[in-house]
Ligand binder design. Structure first.
Ligand code: ADP
Ligand code: MG
Length: 463
């Protein structure tokens, strides 16, 4: 009885410290707007948001034509892809892709090894190009490179890595132009291809989304990590000192995973997770909402309950002490368990954590922990989107019935339905019924790869 009371005490405490009441979300959204503003003003203004200029000032129109490749590096998998674009009428004639998983030692090894690994996978893929794809005589193949880490962009096709995130840690790439590194690796592979667009997955998703729907104004990624991009008025970017683009627009890569605000409900679990992470002090928002971390937060909470209330027996199960052993897909499987005796929860606890014979009450408690952690993440993500809508002036009822579409991508949003439903509900609550009727979140499945290929087309050397 003492145990159960102690465990319930911890849960009650959790509900308090993880709470995200709507007023608090509004404060967070307002701070997001302020940080966006500050980041657009100057790189030295001290914003937690880098608000990186993407050099993308035109998004796909539908007229793009030809064969284009894309490479998408941004998480544990990377994808190579080719499309045959047929212009306004024929549109996307054919697409093919392949997914390759990155061995863990490559993620924390040397720069040359990483780029050689990527270029070799790309070369293998190009070798399988079939008859449905046509490269005009005498032309070089062109590639859009989706590289989903913070980059200081120097042109549409060059940019220096600011830092690694999401478990990558390769010191000698930091500060280098990743397009130059990739180009050298392609040369080492004997692959004749030119990178014509370097973009982030958010910008790729925005471009891919816009190709399918002209009302897309922003893109959000909720996968291993999280980020957002949106279309800004070029004259609302004080730090932009180049010529105003003819479109009057510029896509901004927010790097919102690094967002920080005094109103974020940061708990001791978040603090210790951050402290022990590969990038302490950075990506605080990402560490509260993205797929790489949600399962790990749950593990930390369960470990504490096990230590304080012995809910898994007198001895703390050793596997529960292993960082990142409980992945977000495990968490999501437990959270969605609708069987009366929670047998999926029991199976995950046994298979992943080596904990067997757990009473139903305790299984329910585990689901409760997943619920608290997932909903905090989803609600904080909704507050961020609401912030972008406010910055764009699309948080109120649109007189001319303007639709606002947010292109969304990422395995977390796609597969964790309790998370995505909570996000959508929270955004509706923040916007109010009327304004929310003109706002749509559209799942753009793998839009970033196609988007990069589309941007490679709109920035082709042959135009
Ligand atoms: P990436 O972000 O690495 O480019 P994805 O967009 O495919 O790749 O997202 C993968 C991430 O999505 C995983 O790291 C995981 O955190 C999350 N994810 C995948 N499947 C599920 C699932 N069933 N439930 C919850 N989260 C999931
Ligand atoms: Mg991705």
């Amino acid at each position: 009885a003492g145990r159960r009371a102690r465990a319930l005490g911890v849960i009650e405490e959790l509900e308090g410290i993880f709470a995200t009441p709507i007023e608090r979300l509004r404060l967070i959204a307002d701070e997001m707007v302020e940080e966006m503003q500050r980041g657009l003003t100057s790189d030295l203004a001290g914003s937690s948001l880098k608000m990186i200029l993407s050099y993308v000032d035109k998004l796909p129109t539908g007229d793009e034509k030809g064969l284009f490749y894309a490479l998408d590096l941004g998480g544990t998998n990377f994808r190579v892809l080719r499309v045959q674009l047929g212009g306004r009428e024929a549109r996307l004639v054919k697409q093919e892709y392949e997914e390759v998983s990155i061995p863990p030692h490559i993620m924390v090894g040397g720069s040359i090894e990483l780029f050689d690994f990527i270029a070799s996978a790309l070369a293998n893929f190009v070798a399988t190009e079939g008859e449905d794809f046509h490269l005009p005589e005498g032309r070089q193949r062109e590639l859009g490179f989706t590289f989903s880490f913070p980059v200081k962009q120097t042109s549409i096709s060059s940019g220096n890595l600011i830092k690694w995130t999401k478990g990558f840690s390769i010191e000698d790439t930091v500060g280098k132009d990743v397009v130059a590194e990739l180009t050298k690796a392609m040369e080492r592979q004997g692959l004749d291809m030119r990178v014509t667009a370097l973009v982030n997955d958010t910008i790729g998703t925005l471009a891919g989304g816009r190709y399918g729907d002209q009302d897309v104004v922003a893109a959000v990624i909720l996968g291993t990590g999280t980020n957002a991009a949106y279309v800004e008025h070029a004259n609302a970017i004080p730090k932009w000192d180049g010529l105003l683009p003819s479109s009057g627009k510029m896509v901004i890569n927010m790097e919102w995973g690094n967002f920080r605000s005094k109103d974020l409900p940061i708990t001791d679990y978040d603090r210790s997770l951050d402290f022990e992470s590969l990038n302490p002090g950075e990506q605080i928002y990402e560490k509260m909402i993205s797929g790489m971390y949600l399962g790990e937060i749950v593990r930390r909470v369960l470990l504490r309950i096990a230590q304080e209330a012995s809910i898994f027996g007198e001895v703390v199960p050793p596997r529960l002490e292993v960082p990142f052993i409980l992945r977000t897909p495990h968490m999501s499987a437990m959270h969605h368990d609708t069987s009366p005796d929670l047998k999926i929860v029991a199976a995950k606890l046994k298979d992943v954590l080596g904990i067997a014979n757990i009473p139903l009450q305790t299984r329910k408690m585990v689901v409760g922990v997943c619920d608290i952690v997932a909903k905090r993440g989803a609600r904080l993500a909704a507050a961020g989107i609401y912030g972008i809508l406010k910055k764009l002036g699309r948080d109120t009822v649109q007189t001319e019935k303007q639709k606002t579409v947010i292109a969304m991508d990422g395995g977390l949003y796609e597969h964790y339905s309790i998370f995505s439903e909570c996000l959508v509900d929270t955004l509706r609550e923040l916007l109010g019924e009327e304004a929310s009727s003109s706002v749509v979140i559209k799942l753009a499945n793998d839009g970033s790869g196609i988007g990069a290929a589309l941007l490679a087309a709109s920035h082709s050397q042959y135009l």
